[in-house]
Design a protein around this ligand. Structure first.
Ligand code: PGA
Length: 261
C-alpha cells in the first residue's frame, strides 16, 4: 500500500509574510485531510517561520533545492545539514533547475545521494521536453534521467522506497496550462516503475511513490489520481491558492481511499 502524496512547489513566489498568510489560509483544512501525505515547499527564506507554524500539524515541509556539499565556501548555496533541521523533503532535479541553472544528471545524482545520506527525502523530478516527446523519445529520456540520478544508491540499508518519491513532470506541461492526459501520464509512470524494477527490484518499484506534475489543478486532479499507477501530484501554480491546494489534497485522499476500500 502506497500512501497518496501531494506536494505544493511554490517556486520563487511569496515573500515571508505572504507565505505565512498562505499557510494560515490552508493549515486547518489541510491538516484535517487524512489519507494523503501533504507537503509544502516554500522558498528557503520561509522555511524557518513555516516550520514553526506547522509544528503539531500533519503537514510536512520540503525545500525546493539544495547543494550536495555539507558545508564550505559555496556562496549562496544551502546544504543538506541546514535543511534537515527544518524539513523532511527536498525537491531535486526540477526541470527549471535543469533548464535555467544548468543542473546535469550528474549533479542531480550527487544531490540525491547527499539528501539520502543526511536523512532528507528527495522528491526527484524527471520528464521529457516537448521536442523529445514529439520525436518519441519520452521513455529514453525518462530512463536516462532515472538511471543517472539513482546511480550508486544502495537500497537495503536505506529503505529506499520509504525515502524517495519520484515526480514525473513532462516539461511541456509545466506552467503551461496544458497538462498531460491521465492516460499518457499513467503509461509513462508505469514505464518508470519498470525502470525502477530494473535498477533495484520489483518490490521497491511497487512500494515507491510516483507522482504526476504539470498544470495540475482542482479541475483535473481526479483524472490523474484515478489511475492506480499515479500516487498523487507535485503542484506548482495551483498550490499558491489555498482553496485549490486543499481541494487537490482532498480529492486525492477521497479517490485513493475509495479505490483501496
Ligand atoms: P505547475 O508546476 O503545476 O505550475 O505546472 C508543476 C511543477 O513545476 O512542479
Amino acid at each position: 500500500m502506497r500512501l497518496p502524496f501531494v506536494a505544493g512547489n511554490w517556486k520563487m513566489n511569496t515573500t515571508v509574510s505572504e507565505a505565512e498568510q498562505l499557510v494560515v489560509e490552508m493549515i486547518e483544512r489541510l491538516d484535517r485531510t487524512e489519507g494523503v501525505e501533504k507537503v509544502l515547499c516554500p522558498p528557503f527564506v520561509s522555511l524557518v517561520p513555516i516550520s514553526m507554524m506547522l509544528q503539531g500539524s500533519s503537514i510536512k515541509l520540503g525545500a525546493q533545492n539544495m547543494y550536495f556539499e555539507a558545508a564550505g565556501a559555496y556562496t549562496g548555496e544551502i546544504s543538506p545539514l541546514m535543511l534537515r533541521e527544518l524539513c523532511e523533503f527536498v525537491i531535486l532535479g526540477h526541470s527549471e533547475r535543469r533548464a535555467y541553472f544548468n543542473e546535469t544528471d550528474e549533479m542531480v545524482n550527487k544531490k540525491v545521494r547527499a539528501a539520502l545520506k543526511n536523512e532528507l527525502k528527495p522528491i526527484l523530478c524527471i520528464g521529457e521536453r516537448l521536442a523529445e516527446n514529439e520525436s518519441g523519445k519520452t521513455e529514453e529520456v525518462v530512463s536516462r534521467q532515472l538511471r543517472k540520478a539513482l546511480e550508486g544508491i544502495e537500497t537495503g540499508a536505506l529503505n529506499i522506497a520509504k525515502k524517495l518519491v519520484i515526480a514525473y513532470e513532462p516539461v511541456w506541461a509545466i506552467g503551461t496550462g496544458k497538462a498531460a492526459s491521465g492516460k499518457q501520464a499513467a503509461a509513462t509512470i508505469h514505464f518508470v516503475r519498470d525502470v525502477l524494477a530494473q535498477i533495484w527490484n520489483d518490490g521497491i518499484a511497487q512500494d515507491l511513490r510516483v507522482l504526476y506534475g504539470g498544470s495540475v489543478t482542482s479541475a483535473n486532479i481526479a483524472e490523474f489520481v484515478s489511475y492506480p499507477e499515479i500516487d498523487g501530484a507535485l503542484v506548482g501554480g495551483a498550490s499558491l491558492k489555498a482553496d485549490e491546494f486543499v481541494s487537490i489534497a482532498r480529492q486525492t485522499a477521497e479517490i485513493k481511499g475509495k479505490k483501496s476500500s
